[in-house]
Ligand binder design. Sequence first.
Ligand code: HSE
Length: 447
Amino acid sequence: MIEYRNLRIALLGAGSVGSQVARLLLENRDELAARVGAGLDLIGVAVRDIDAPRDTAIPRELLTTDASTLIQSADIVIELMGGIEPARQYIQLAIASGADVVTGNKALLATHGPELFDAADRVGAQLYYEAAAGGAIPIIRPLRDSLAGDRVDRVMGIVNGTTNFILDRMDVEGDTFENALAVATELGYAEADPTADVEGFDAAQKAAILASLAFHTAVPVESVHREGMTTVTAAQIDSAQKAGYVVKLLAICERLVDPETGIEGVVARVHPALISRMHPLAAVHGAKNAVFVQAEAAGDLMFYGAGAGGVETASAVLGDLVSAARRHVAGGPGTGESTHANLPILGIGAVITRYQLTLIVTDKPGVLAQIAGLFSEHGVSVEAVQQTVATASAAGSASESDALTATLVIVTHEATEAALAATVAAVSANDAVVRVESVLRVEGETP
Ligand code: HSE
């Protein structure tokens, strides 16, 4: 048997994931060589500061601040620096010098993916990115390879561990958002500035990556409809629980036909939503992630696990490295990025889903009928109404303060976002409505 020469591996970045990749690559050298059919030589690790403290020690002679020279000597470059620049130019340099690339850089792929895939395609290089969405969870390869013969209709994921931790604590412990965020920060899940997580930016980047793969269409992150979860209250969680739902921050990517225009396209969105406590995603607790995929032939599939963490994410990176290395040994063109479908990207207005509205209304005869009439006028069908105990009004005027108010929780049948928005506007303008407390989308089946 012909022995393949050892492959030269360059690592860019030695943070929590990078340092674990270096450790596992060095510790499991023989086993990885057996799986690949060639040795994997870690020839260098490019870092900004050679003396910076690291999660796990890397032999000093491997560390360098000269990323460009390292890249140009490598067969496979692993980019784990994060951020847009200089990661983008280093990946371009790697592709131009004939290397394959493994990256976990979701921000870069969600904003510059097409440019990098084109550059790789032009020279027959491969770009692997299992670690860019869902950490350790294998979801990129299932969408790209395992489901390549099927038609994916919908991907619905909990793809941000920090926000799932917070919402789960609010649900299980009855905690407020502020307390749950403080615990997430103390435990190291949330960053000092949690904006990227709680406002849904991180999940939107992952949604763009998953939608692009699922629908063979380049979906830029700017086209992902994004709402954060900072406005979710303990009262909403409580009312969701009573109705058999749980609130999750969901990334939903779906193929649908715009009811206005009849055009088939793709919508990607990130927002808090109610899902039935019987749905598999409701069982995703703590900081875990999961992605629920609905495909025409395969039916429902779910992928679950650690969405972050140094050693966990290193598993995804090493899986990609082994794939890239095997291709060097076996030869062949590899898999190009597939965007042939090039479906139109539709706005949030095309989405059809169910909604839960919580209204504070004055408790007097005829109010329920009036409100039901407004739903009916806008073509939104009511599935369930729950009225809870009337309390003394907190509203401002003297006459209102004498009146009693009631809380109405209305769950609708499926409606378009446009019809729902018109209904909410009409309901808000009605004299009997003290305020619209909240509007949440409801995804999946009724409990
Ligand atoms: N901050 C992310 C999370 C992990 O909380 O899931 C990295 O994408």
